[in-house]
Design a protein around this ligand. Structure first.
Ligand code: HEM
Length: 280
C-alpha cells in the first residue's frame, strides 16, 4: 500500500471523469454565482458587504417560493402542507437574522472607505423584499415607481400588489371553516394594507379557545405569528446594525436612515393574532 491510499478521499468509486457528465458546479451554475462579486471600490471590506446582500437575496428567493406555495395550499384547503411550507419560511428568516452578526464586524471606518461607490443604491430598492411585503399584506404602491425602468419586474410587482395576501387567504379559510367573518373583510380592496377588524379578532379568539376543534387553523395562526415575529426581528437587527455602522446619517436611498427604519418597525402584518394574546 502506497502513502496515497491512506487519504480518506481516495476511493476507487469516486467519479473523476466528467467529460460526459454534469458536475456540481455546472448543476448549481456556480460560475455565475461566484463571479458576481465585483467590487467597485477595490476595498477589502466591500466583499463582505456584497456577499451579505446576495446571500440575503437568495434566502428571500426561497421565502417567496415557499410563501407562494403555502398560499396555493391554503386556497386548496390543504392546511398541513401550508404549515410545512411556512415552517421552512421562518427557519429561513432565522438565517437572514443571523446574518446581521457577520455584518456587525464591519466598522464605520471600513464602511466609509467604500460607501460612496454605492451611489444611490439601497436595500430600499430590493424587489424581492417588496414582493415579500406584498405577499404578507403590506401594500405600498409608491415603491412600484422604482421598477419603472424594468418592465418585467414592474409587472410582476404590480401583479403581487393586486393579489390577495397570505392573510386574506387565511381569513377566507376561517370563513370556510364556518366562522363568521364580516362581508366587508371578505370583499375588501386587497391593494390596501390590511386593517384590523373585530370579526377577525373574534374568529381567532374562537380558534385559540377551541384548539381541539380548530387544530389546523390554530397551527396556521401560530405559523403566521412566527413569520411576523421573525420579520420584526430582522427589521430590528437591520435598524440596530445600521445605527452601529452609520449612526444617524441619511441612507444612500435618500431616507432619514435609522429614523425611517424605526418607523417601519411599527407596521404590523397580522394584527388580530397579536391583539388576542392580551385577551386570552
Ligand atoms: C452597511 C450595511 C447597511 C446599511 C448602512 C443599510 C442602510 C439602510 C438604510 C439607511 C435604509 C433606508 C433606506 C435608505 O435611505 O437607504 C435601508 C433600507 C433597506 N435595507 Fe439596508 N442597510 C445595510 C445592509 C442591508 C442588508 C445586508 C440588507 C439585506 C438585503 C438590507 C436590506 C434593506 C432593505 C430591504 C431595506 C428597505 C427597508 C424598508 O423599506 O422597510 N440592508 N438600509
Amino acid at each position: 500500500m502506497g502513502r496515497m491510499s491512506k487519504d480518506p478521499r481516495v476511493e476507487n468509486s469516486i467519479h473523476t471523469d466528467f467529460t460526459h457528465h454534469m458536475t456540481y458546479g455546472e448543476y448549481l451554475q456556480l460560475d455565475k454565482i461566484v463571479d458576481a462579486q465585483s467590487s467597485r471600490s477595490g476595498h477589502h471590506d466591500e466583499m463582505l458587504f456584497i456577499i451579505i446582500h446576495q446571500v440575503s437575496e437568495l434566502w428571500m428567493k426561497l421565502i417567496l417560493h415557499e410563501t407562494k406555495a403555502a398560499i396555493l395550499s391554503i386556497e386548496a384547503d390543504d392546511l398541513s402542507t401550508a404549515q410545512k411550507r411556512l415552517a421552512r419560511v421562518s427557519k429561513t428568516q432565522a438565517q437572514i437574522i443571523q446574518a446581521w452578526d457577520v455584518l456587525s464586524t464591519l466598522t464605520p471606518s471600513e464602511y466609509m472607505e467604500f460607501r460612496d461607490s454605492l451611489g444611490q443604491a439601497s436595500g430600499f430598492q430590493s424587489f424581492q423584499y417588496r414582493m415579500i411585503e406584498f405577499m404578507l399584506g403590506y401594500k405600498t404602491p409608491h415603491v412600484l415607481e422604482i421598477y419603472k425602468k424594468d418592465l418585467v419586474l414592474h409587472q410582476q410587482l404590480e401583479e403581487a400588489y393586486r393579489e390577495k395576501s397570505i392573510y386574506d387567504v387565511v381569513i377566507r379559510a376561517l370563513h370556510k371553516a364556518g366562522i363568521p367573518i364580516d362581508e366587508e373583510v371578505l370583499e375588501r380592496d386587497v391593494t390596501i394594507s390590511y386593517q384590523a377588524n373585530p370579526s377577525v379578532r373574534d374568529a381567532w379568539m374562537r380558534v385559540y379557545q377551541q384548539t381541539d376543534q380548530y387544530w389546523e387553523l390554530y397551527e396556521l395562526g401560530e405559523k403566521l405569528v412566527d413569520i411576523e415575529d421573525c420579520l420584526q426581528q430582522w427589521r430590528f437587527r437591520h435598524m440596530k446594525t445600521v445605527e452601529r455602522i452609520i449612526g444617524f446619517k441619511k441612507g444612500t436611498g435618500g431616507s432619514s436612515g435609522v429614523g425611517y427604519l424605526k418607523k417601519v418597525l411599527d407596521q404590523r402584518f397580522f394584527p388580530e393574532l397579536w391583539d388576542i394574546r392580551t385577551e386570552l
